[in-house]
Design a protein around this ligand. Structure first.
Ligand code: NAD
Ligand code: UDP
Length: 318
């Protein structure tokens, strides 16, 4: 049987590198494409010697010419500090990147999956969030480059589906964490673990009562692959996330306890438009994909803490 060739944009990033690794293990021929803005060669170092893996350093805002059967479109910085660093570029990556990936899918007759986000729900007034909820996004705020960029890419996916019959799948990914997040990623789980391991203050933004639902990366990758291979005509959007809901204060306390850290919690200003609550309804993923997450927050944190211990050791910080 011939190997299917799969393109993963954002393939050197946190989720992208796990996805490339899993696809290779499943027998696919994998092209990882990345401009290395937030991604790192270290994330894919162990894949480079595999003859079925190819890395292309490239920006998705430029046209993409490869031949492939499936495309996972993950290229886009996901951490607020990184996507707000150059918001115009974030918008271009989401929108122009989606246009190029969709154009490629159309030319190659490839199936294409978009890594959308729970951010399309903005600061939700409906809790928990089903896929039918249309969201509450501030279109002119500091998160809009990402939220509206992702909303527009969903629009483009559905327009290519209706206008050109492109075979699309849209995943709305909720907060995902795990090994290979960058030490300087800036998202809550990596920040708290690194701060705890260094004995630095744990920075809670706002009063810490805001909630998030955290999915371990292995579960998420499983969901993405199931969605890509789901029945013809099932487009989503489908929520992929772990419905366990925690306040940031609970997360901080749990990480302090698990790392046996002497760090203290400090309270910092809440960033503008920070959503107050978030929790996915995952009935659709369960019905259509037979998917639900299996890794508890505690187990996932254990793996992630061990990973960051190793990173800090390599940097001679521990
Ligand atoms: P990440 O920042 O580690 O990965 C994104 C990758 O895209 C990086 O390797 C980066 O270098 C690359 N990239 C950025 N701009 C690019 C461009 N213009 N051209 C080519 N490559 C580019 O983040 P992640 O957490 O792995 O997120 C992967 C995808 O999943 C993103 O699209 C993100 O929006 C989506 N997502 C992630 C989460 C999460 O919690 N991790 C939640 C919702 C959605
Ligand atoms: N957060 C925090 N301290 C940090 C980093 C983040 O309290 O050092 C909070 C942030 O304000 C938000 C939540 O943690 O309420 C999740 O933030 P993250 O950036 O991980 O993801 P997102 O806001 O995109 O869901």
């Amino acid at each position: 049987m011939e190997r299917k060739r799969v393109l993963v944009t954002g393939g050197a990033g946190f989720i992208g590198s796990h996805l490339c690794e899993r696809l290779l293990a499943m027998g696919y021929d994998v092209i990882g494409m990345d401009n290395l803005f937030t991604g790192r060669k270290d994330n894919i170092r162990h894949l480079i010697s595999n003859p079925y893996f190819e890395f292309i350093r490239k920006d998705v805002t430029e046209e993409i010419y490869v031949e492939c059967d499936q495309i996972y479109n993950l290229a886009c910085p996901a951490s607020p500090i990184h996507y707000q660093y150059d918001p115009i570029k974030t918008g271009k990556t989401s929108i122009i990147g989606a246009l190029h990936a969709l154009g490629l899918a159309k030319r190659c007759n490839a199936r294409i999956l978009q890594a959308s986000t729970s951010e399309v729900y903005g600061d939700p007034e409906v809790h928990p969030q089903p896929e039918t909820y249309r969201g509450c996004v501030n279109p002119i705020g500091i998160r809009a480059c990402y939220d509206e960029g992702k909303r527009m890419s969903e629009t483009l996916f559905f327009d290519y589906y209706r206008q050109h019959g492109v075979d699309i799948k849209v995943a709305r990914i909720f907060n995902t964490y795990g090994p290979r997040m960058n030490v300087n990623d800036g998202r809550v789980i990596s920040n708290f673990i690194v701060q705890a391991l260094r004995g630095e203050d744990i920075t809670i933004y706002g009063d810490g009562k805001q909630t998030r639902s955290f999915c371990y990366v292995d579960d998420l990758v499983d969901g993405l692959i199931r969605l890509m291979n789901s029945r013809d005509g099932f487009t989503g959007p489908v929520n992929l996330g772990n419905p366990g809901e925690f306040t940031m204060l609970e997360v901080a306390e749990c990480i302090i306890e698990m790392t046996k850290s002497k760090s203290h919690i400090i309270y910092c200003p809440l960033p503008e438009d920070d959503p107050t609550q978030r929790k996915p309804v995952i009935d659709l993923a369960e019905q259509e994909l037979g998917w639900k997450p299996g890794v508890s927050l505690e187990t996932g944190l254990e793996h992630t803490i061990n990973y960051f211990k190793m990173c800090l050791k390599e940097r001679r910080e521990a």
